[in-house]
Write a protein that binds this ligand. Structure first.
Ligand code: ZN
Length: 240
């Protein structure tokens, strides 16, 4: 079974289509939230993911877009984007987002947006926070997003090791528990604007990270057309 792992699509349909094409033949799409927010096409992204039968969890932007989390912790641009999103999404999009759970368990994997102990808001940015994440997991492995940076943490003999994958990097799943971040589809923040995702081959026990270019200018034009904040338009060209 081959599964495409995606996160932080952020209403960027052009990036999502590039990822779907690059993923090729897969058995499932699993996501770790922030389907909407920042980007210009929330309905198109949700419709596409629903059509693919994607399963996953809610992110802080998804929760804010449907009014189940406050926008008080958002910076001014993120807040403007989420208020725009909340005002334009269809009833079907709203219902799909509202139906996403905070945590989802698939076999020996837990899916969360932020972290296993605080699924909506906590960023796993250090090995100490990853360690706390491992302690809170009820499964061997976890998949997370929220930081928009592709990364893997491995728990080896009580010590957490961080691995920064590149396009084509492969991680073999062995006895060491892992916390995996596939990176962001729609707004990468590791200095590389290409859409990031990963392929999990469950039978082979292997995760492969991928980067795929997409038409950034097309997404920027769509963002300008609906007057999303200029800083958000600019940043996706730089992967920041
Ligand atoms: Zn996000």
């Amino acid at each position: 079974m081959r599964i495409a792992l995606i996160s932080d699509v952020h209403a960027n349909i052009v990036a999502l289509e590039a990822v779907v094409a690059a993923a090729g033949s897969v058995d499932a799409f699993w996501h770790t939230g922030d389907i909407v927010g920042y980007g210009p096409e929330p309905d198109a992204v949700v419709e596409r993911l629903a059509g693919l039968g994607a399963i996953g969890v809610r992110g802080n932007h998804d929760a804010a877009a449907v009014g189940s989390e406050t926008v008080e912790y958002f910076n001014v641009d993120a807040r403007r984007a989420i208020e725009w999103t909340a005002g334009v999404i269809s009833g079907a999009t709203r219902a799909w987002l509202a139906g996403l759970p905070e945590t989802r368990v698939e076999d020996d994997l837990t899916l969360v947006h932020g972290s296993p102990r605080a699924p909506i808001w906590e960023y796993i940015t250090t090995t100490a926070l990853a360690r706390a994440g491992f302690d809170a997991l009820s499964t061997r492995n976890g998949i997370f997003g929220h930081t928009h940076i592709p990364l893997a943490y491995r728990l080896v003999g009580g010590t957490v090791q961080a691995v920064a994958p590149r396009d084509g990097s492969v991680l073999r799943l062995d006895d060491a528990p892992v916390l995996l971040n596939p990176g962001s589809v729609g707004q990468p923040r590791d200095g590389d604007p290409d859409a990031s995702f990963a392929i999990l081959d469950i039978d082979a026990g292997v995760v492969t990270w991928r980067r795929v270019p997409y038409d950034v200018a097309a997404t920027q034009a769509a963002m300008r057309a609906v007057s999303l904040p200029p800083r958000l338009v600019e940043r996706i060209a730089h992967g920041r």
